[in-house]
Design a protein around this ligand. Structure first.
Ligand SMILES: Nc1nc2c(ncn2[C@@H]2O[C@H](COP(=O)(O)OP(=O)(O)OP(=O)(O)O)[C@@H](O)[C@H]2O)c(=O)[nH]1
Ligand SMILES: [Mg+2]
Length: 679
């Protein structure tokens, strides 16, 4: 039966690695009757971590989509991986969801990914619910967690429940909204009398929060001194949608406490699909609307052993059914033969997906992640996912040279589905170069390649794209002359080379007066100059940011040719560059590092040995510091590994290309020597 848009809730379960997201989702599926038993991570049988490598490694590597019924609603749950290596999967899930469930481990508190993900959620203005998990563990302290959340994120964290006992004594929760105590199995019990004072305090705070966001409720609150159930919910719903406060729940995915309450809160407080989807490219805004023509966005693609290619879709308008669809990116029509609901690895055919719902179609050949599909042309185009740039790059080759093509084909297919993985060919070094979000990301791809195609990959550090340029103006002249039998060759040019601003690349001006060289030879001259630019005079790196004026020359009525002028120009520029103070340029990256306080000193001193310039360093809550620095790219080829050893695996970083800076002295000599050796 078709479901109405208002009965759908899309939630992305996110958080630092190993906080218990997958275990929590397993419990949610169990409580709602989708599965008859909640399996443990260790058993390798959870609904969500079903990929071979997830079972092997015992953590999530991709986002699983699941759906469950709860109180006449359909909740779509996206269980995201906690490792920063798979952040692309998380970003896609935030796009598909209206609410994030941020899972925090009670004993571990706020961790690096908690803070990074929180910032991403802030950028998207996505409402969130915090679930403080692992209340059954030693050192679990819900009140402490609450104040940590408030301190770290500068938000009003309002508990909607309190734990019944902590650590070994943890047995259930008290629901402050409905004022009842619930045990692990979901059955109710009496609220312990000794908790009454604390409960009253928090409930007062909760009601104040509910009253705050809405003028009508504020008035009612002042009139009556309190609010009733439905009004409290209404106020909280508004406050959450406006992000003025964050509801905090607690429980234990191990013991099965707090699960029913979490499901209740999702149905009661998380918004229905109705938020403005990403603005479409032409600037018009589109509302979620089940009537009208179908349009939707492909937020993820995977390849399944049995079903082949699966395109995960969020329907924005209309209804997706079997039939023809239009892919605007490639301007192609395709046939959808079946539409599916997804529960982890189980895909179940359905008749339709209504606006706001999440589901999938299979074997759509032209459709990639980030594509917008519609019922007919021209179609609505939604904004692509804003994915972070890859941070770890390697040059690769197949161990067995005959596998090279097959390896490249496979990796290109991976890159089509996983937009945080890139593959390219470096023309300068004639090497295949790949990049990803971290070591684990790349290793997981190689593992699959080995398993599925028996291809082993060899990796090397990639070559750094150094450049060369000049620092002053210089003149040069060159005559290309050859007299050997038949036709001779003759061309003479006089040029002036000058440095240009960074990024200006190359500029050619014809300043010849009186026609000493015919216009017809200029294409040859330009070719020669560009060839000279392609190979610098210091270490053979491409030259950039040079302006060349050709101001005089000479031609021969019979012996001159385009080729002769090309060679003359090329040699003239080489001579000029040697005289013009050539210098090496190195690529610099903007590096953002997230590190726990205790490792700050080590990370900073390592940055200084890497010639990094720290520009900003601020505490961002939860005992975590963010460092911004500009660092030579050549110093960061191993940073994924360095970071791991500097911070016992806790640190994280992002980077993007910034600009080129000149290098001189010993550093430049070393770079030149190393590149000569490589050759
Ligand atoms: N004691 C206790 N252990 C838990 C609880 N929740 C999860 N665990 C354990 O914590 C470990 C990690 O749980 P997962 O569910 O895989 O955590 P995750 O957040 O999905 O991890 P990633 O997918 O790697 O980000 C497993 O060994 C779980 O059994 C809990 O509430 N209490
Ligand atoms: Mg997981």
């Amino acid at each position: 039966m078709a479901i109405s848009m208002n009965a759908i809730r899309n939630v992305a379960v996110c958080g630092h690695g190993s906080t218990g997201k997958t275990s929590l989702v397993e419990q949610m599926l169990f409580r709602s009757g989708v599965i008859s038993k909640a399996e443990t991570i260790e058993s390798g049988r959870t609904q969500s971590d079903y990929l071979d490598d997830e079972i092997e490694h015992q953590f999530s590597l991709h986002t699983s989509l699941m759906n469950l019924p709860w109180k006449d609603m359909k909740i779509n749950v996206l269980d995201t991986p906690g490792s920063a290596d798979f952040v692309g999967e998380v970003v896609a899930s935030f796009r598909a969801a209206e609410t994030a469930i941020m899972v925090i481990s009670a004993p571990a508190g706020i961790q690096i990914e908690t803070v990074k993900l929180w910032r991403r959620l802030d950028n998207r203005d996505l409402p969130r619910i915090v679930f403080v998990n692992k209340m059954d563990m030693d050192r679990a302290d819900f009140r402490k967690s609450l104040s940590e959340i408030t301190d770290a994120f500068g938000v009003t964290a309002v508990p909607l429940n309190l734990p019944l006992g902590e650590s070994e004594e943890h047995t259930g929760i008290v629901d402050l909204l409905h004022m009842k105590a619930i045990l692990a199995g979901g059955q109710e019990t009496d609220i312990p009398a000794e908790m009454n004072d604390e409960i009253a305090d928090w409930r007062e705070k909760l009601i104040e929060m509910a009253a705050e966001g809405d003028d009508e409720l504020t008035e009612k609150f002042f009139d009556q001194g309190t609010l009733e159930g439905p009004d409290i919910l209404k106020g909280l719903l508004e406050g959450m949608a406006a992000n003025t406060f964050v509801p905090v729940l607690c429980g234990s995915a191990e013991k099965g406490t707090g699960i029913n309450d979490l499901l209740d809160i999702i149905t009661e407080l998380s918004p229905a699909p109705g938020r403005d989807p990403e603005p479409v490219e032409d600037g018009d805004s589109v509302d979620y609307d089940a009537s009208g023509e179908f349009s939707g966005f492909v937020y993820k693609t995977s390849i399944d052993k049995f079903s082949g290619k699966i395109s995960y879709i969020k329907v924005v308008t209309g209804v997706l059914k079997a039939g023809e669809i239009y892919n605007a990116r490639v301007e192609k029509k395709e046939r959808v033969s079946k539409v599916f609901h997804i529960n982890g690895k189980n895909i179940k055919e359905t008749t339709e997906l209504v606006a706001g719902d999440l589901g999938a179609v299979v074997k759509l050949e032209s459709v990639h992640t980030n594509d917008s599909i519609s019922s007919s042309p021209p179609g609505i185009i939604y904004k692509p996912l804003a994915l972070p740039a890859p941070v770890h790059t390697l040059a690769i080759s197949a161990e067995n040279q005959k596998d090279e093509d097959k390896m490249n084909d496979y990796l290109h297919k991976v890159a089509e589905q996983d937009l945080t993985f890139k593959i390219g060919f470096d023309e300068e070094t004639k090497e295949t170069v790949i990049s990803g979000m971290g070591e684990m990301h790349i290793i997981s791809i190689f593992e699959k390649l080995l398993k599925e195609s028996k291809i082993k990959v060899l990796t090397r550090k990639p070559r750094v794209p150094y450049r060369e340029t000049i620092t002053k103006t210089a003149d040069a002249e060159y005559t290309h002359k050859k007299q050997s039998g038949g036709h001779g060759q003759y061309g003479r040019v006089l040029i002036k080379a000058k440095p240009l601003s960074r990024g200006d690349d190359f500029e050619l001006t014809n300043d010849i007066k009186g026609g000493s060289v015919s216009k017809g030879y200029f294409p040859g001259i330009e070719k020669g100059l560009r060839e000279a630019m392609g190979e610098g005079v210091l270490a053979g790196y491409p030259m950039v940011d040079i302006g060349v004026s050709v101001y005089d020359g000479k031609e021969h009525p019979v012996d001159s040719s385009e080729m002769a002028f090309k060679l003359a120009a090329k040699n003239a520029l080489k001579l000029a560059m040697e005289k013009a103070g050539p210098t090496l340029l190195e690529p610099m990256v903007n590096l953002t590092i997230y590190v726990e306080d205790q490792y700050l000193g080590d990370v900073l001193s390592d940055l200084s040995t890497k010639r990094g310039r720290v520009q900003d360093q601020v505490p961002i809550g939860g005992g975590i510091q963010s460092i911004k620095a500009v660092v030579p790219q050549g110093e960061l080829l191993n940073y994924a590994i360095d970071m791991k050893s500097l911070t016992s695996g806790t640190g994280a970083y992002e980077m993007e290309f910034s600009h080129y800076d000149p290098v001189s002295g010993k550093v430049a000599q070393d770079i030149v020597a190393a590149s000569k050796k490589e050759e």
